[in-house]
Design a protein around this ligand. Structure first.
Ligand SMILES: *Cc1c(COP(=O)(O)O)cnc(C)c1O
Length: 364
């Protein structure tokens, strides 16, 4: 068998490793920020009915413009969005890839602020867009002055802001997004995968779209909507941006089944989102109880918590895995990240930590 090194692969892909969050069969999976609540059975029945109808016409290519889905997403996001402002794909990862295919690519660069979502740099590599990294303020924050400084210093073609940021949970203020927009002539992409978990009354970057044709807000049905397995992400932007994406998308990229499932789920938005309040409650419980076990926590507006004061992150990760619980080791020294699960899962996680000695685990 050959190895990668034997192949005439593109130079910028040599030596890279693929996205690889472990997919282990464990009973408590709190590692990839999924919504761990299954969708309600009544909604599942409607999704199946919708899939069955779509299946009857499956001999034909799907609606290339996924018109019904764009209508449903526009009314879901509000903020004056019309179907022309919406683009969707197989997960927001595909949306981001299409954005880089259209606005990035060879000779172009995208600025991101690690620690951040690992797929941002992987998608940059896949599209041969140079990944340029800025730094964060203490507390992983991003002030308007800091993003401006990094944009002026590195002159990127795109800026990726993750709000709230994965894996730190840190929000990004609208002032910072506006500052980034004003400091560049390039595209500014705000990844709002966790927007629905933000505190009541928080303002989304959607409120900034009017009059800003280089701003893109990406969202997903994978997290709050409990639809990760269906692969549906979308963006809201000026209709001209959607037209740019039409130049690079594969025709019929969203299957008739995906469209049917997503439309049916969006017809039950309130039931699909019913667990968001519960998940926020478990996140707040983690923020309160992890310090009681001796760990430090970073404030989070998402459905996960990054916690520090871990002497040996990998050993603790393994010890939890032995107890059938998986969380995430992102290689941030002395830190691990845990997703807020159901009340039961969160309890099992916290009890296992307590049992292992809390923050004194691995000390010495
Ligand atoms: C989980 C996550 C996504 C979701 O990606 P999908 O392809 O929509 O499943 C996007 N951005 C961030 C920052 C995430 O953490």
């Amino acid at each position: 068998m050959a190895s990668l090194a034997d192949l005439p692969i593109r130079d910028n892909l040599r030596g890279l490793t693929p996205y690889g969050a472990p997919q282990e069969q464990v009973s408590v999976a709190l590692n990839v920020n999924e919504n761990t609540h299954p969708i309600p059975e009544s909604v599942a029945h409607d999704v199946v009915t919708s899939l069955a109808q779509a299946l009857i016409g499956i001999n034909r290519y799907p609606d290339r413009e996924f018109t019904t889905l764009r209508e449903r997403l526009a009314s879901y996001v509000g903020h004056g969005a019309t179907p022309e402002h919406i683009w969707a794909a197989n997960g927001s990862n595909e949306v981001l890839q299409q954005v880089l295919q259209a606005f990035g690519g060879p000779g172009r660069s995208v600025l991101g602020f690690p620690p951040t979502y690992s797929m941002h740099s992987i998608i940059a590599a896949g599209t041969d867009t140079t990944w340029v990294t800025g730094e964060r303020d203490p507390g992983y924050e991003l002030s308007p002055a800091l993003v401006t400084e990094w944009i002026e210093k590195t002159k990127p073609d795109l800026v990726f802001l993750c709000a709230p940021n994965n894996p730190t949970g840190t929000p990004v203020s609208l002032d910072t997004i506006v500052a980034a927009y004003e400091a560049t002539d390039g595209m500014v992409v705000v990844d709002e995968a966790y927007a629905e978990f933000a505190p009541e009354g928080s303002r989304s970057a959607l409120s900034l779209l009017e009059g800003r044709e280089r701003l893109i807000v990406s969202r997903t049905m994978s997290k709050a909507f409990a639809f990760a397995g269906a692969r549906v992400g979308y963006m809201i932007a000026d209709p001209a941006v959607c037209d740019a994406i039409r130049l690079v998308r594969l025709p019929y990229h969203l299957s008739a089944l995906t469209q049917a499932a997503a439309v049916a789920a969006l017809d039950h938005t309130s039931e699909m989102l019913a667990m968001v309040g519960d998940i926020r409650g478990q996140r707040d419980r983690l923020l309160k109880e992890l310090p009681e076990l001796g760990f430090t926590v970073w404030p989070s507006e998402a459905n996960f918590v990054l916690f520090g004061g871990v002497h040996q992150p990998h050993a603790l990760f393994e010890a939890l895995l032995e107890r059938d619980i998986i969380i995430r080791d992102l290689g941030i020294p002395h830190h691990l990240r845990v997703t807020a699960g159901t009340e039961r899962e969160t309890t099992l996680f916290l009890e296992a930590l307590r049992d292992l000695g809390g923050a004194s685990f691995g000390a010495r």
